[in-house]
Ligand binder design. Structure first.
Ligand code: CAA
Length: 424
């Protein structure tokens, strides 16, 4: 039987995260954005509340959350503020490639301290370069073996928390002649000589999250900082994004739902022409569409996360969930502003901040065009199998038939499944 209910444990995690969001994020979101400082206080509180480092296994001191549980945390934090959510969830993104490929020794030495310290330790995901954004396989940052060390050279950008992180998970090219087959992932200690924070992005929204451009110049790291094998780097990056795109989708769900709630509260109070504006169809229909988007996005997101927990590949589903949920967040925040009119556009209310935050979710962790490309390719691949079941045969190819929608040649099954021959 299909069961949409959360388990007791899942409900507790969601309630904890939402209570955190409503207590510490919602009331301070504007202040945190305007402070233009890294929100260490909130990161510490999120760490203490067990909302970080979701996937570190229990044996290494972590909470060992499932992907569904992480998506619940993402939704709750997104409800508060996209920027704070991105800051808090960034460790999950940065640690996932390492968790996918670490040996038990690397887990003990490098991963465990993230979960067991008293203070939060941050990691930053360093894949993107100025000339390698959507084309993730085009990374130019190199890793060269020198004795029992690796030497890293290159420059990464849009690295969330890169300026405050203790470690960076850096995607490198070990053998550029092999393209993506020559890529690897290295864990770089950000305190080492040669690591330089070049600049921080000055962004439209999500201003309580920070993205760094980082230069690596002859940075020497120990041999055991290679995670997985040389040649696996690109696939590890893709497997990571399959998982973490569900989390970004969840963040989108949170923003989409917050937009519904803010708009509905306002529409219940705001009076024009002698009654609450929510009583007008023009407003209530907008609210209904917003709610439907948030609801659909939520279930697509949880399904995509659930597939990971079942040990199934979710490339298509996580891409679909990511673009659907973040497009929903964008549209809902725009509609929220529209319902609130001038107040929606004003900084007196949170709607405009939500909208600026939603925009980034359509861009990072793969633009929504890339998500549609990934999903489109997967659909075409699936169709190769479906084709066998449907008995499809190509009756029109090229320009030999002037009317592709006209009658087919040869046998045509009628409605009742009997076949009849068409006379020529
Ligand atoms: N799982 C496992 N393997 C995968 C895979 C997946 N999801 N996707 C691709 N692969 C494998 C393919 O099977 C293929 O392997 P074989 O050669 O053995 O068959 C290989 O990887 C190459 O695949 P493609 O030919 O499909 O690769 P591509 O170069 O065409 O690129 C892409 C694919 C999907 C466009 C990829 O480049 C991509 O995801 N780009 C977007 C990158 C991105 O999301 N960046 C965001 C970074 S994080 C961020 O935004 C910052 C932040 O802090 C928030």
């Amino acid at each position: 039987m299909v069961d949409f209910a959360l388990s007791k444990h899942e409900q507790e995690i969601f309630d904890t995260a939402l209570a955190f969001s409503k207590k510490w994020v919602v009331p301070y979101a504007r202040e945190l954005e305007e402070a233009d400082e890294f929100p260490w206080i909130l990161v510490q509180k999120a760490f203490d509340a067990g909302l970080m480092n979701s996937h570190i296994p229990k044996e290494y001191g972590g909470p060992a959350h499932s992907m569904v549980e992480e998506s619940l945390i993402g939704e709750a934090l997104g409800y508060g503020d996209g920027g704070i959510a991105t800051t808090i969830l960034a460790n999950n993104l940065a640690l996932t490639p390492l968790l996918i490929s670490a040996t038990p020794e690397q887990m003990e030495k490098y991963i465990k301290p993230f979960a067991t310290g008293k203070k939060p330790q941050l990691a930053a995901f360093s894949l993107t370069e100025r000339e390698a954004g959507s084309d993730a396989a085009a990374v130019k940052t190199t890793a060269k073996k020198d004795g029992d060390e690796w030497v890293i050279n290159g420059r990464k950008c849009f690295s969330t928390n890169g300026h405050v992180a203790k470690y960076h998970s850096v995607f490198t090219s070990v053998d550029p002649s092999l393209g993506y087959k020559g890529m690897a992932v290295h864990m770089v200690d950000a305190q080492l000589p040669g690591v330089k924070i070049v600049m921080l992005e000055d962004k439209l929204g999500q201003r309580a999250s920070f993205q760094a451009e980082v230069e690596y110049k002859d940075v020497r790291i120990p041999d055991d900082c290679l995670f997985g094998e040389v040649g696996q780097g690109f696939k590890i990056a893709m497997q990571t994004l399959d998982r973490t795109r569900s989390a970004i989708a969840a963040l989108g769900v949170g923003i989409a739902q917050r937009a519904v709630d803010e708009a509905a509260i306002f529409a219940n109070h705001r009076q024009q022409f002698g009654k609450q504006i929510g009583r007008y169809q023009g407003i209530s229909f907008l609210l209904a569409d917003m709610e439907a988007r948030a609801m659909h996005a939520r279930w697509a997101t949880r399904y995509s996360a659930w597939l990971v927990d079942q040990g199934k590949r979710n490339t298509k589903e996580s891409s679909c969930a990511k673009f659907f949920a973040t497009d929903a967040a964008m549209q809902n925040t725009l509609d929220c502003i529209q319902i609130m009119g001038g107040y929606g556009y004003s900084k007196e209310y949170p709607a405009e901040q939500l909208m600026r935050g939603a925009k980034l979710t359509q861009i990072y962790e793969g633009t929504n065009q890339i998500q549609r490309m990934v999903a489109g390719q997967a659909i075409l691949k699936d169709a190769l199998v479906t084709e066998l079941d449907t008995g499809f045969r190509l009756v029109y190819s090229g320009n030999d038939n002037p009317d592709p929608w006209g009658p087919r040649e040869g046998e045509v099954p009628d409605l009742w499944g009997k076949k009849k021959s068409k006379k020529k």
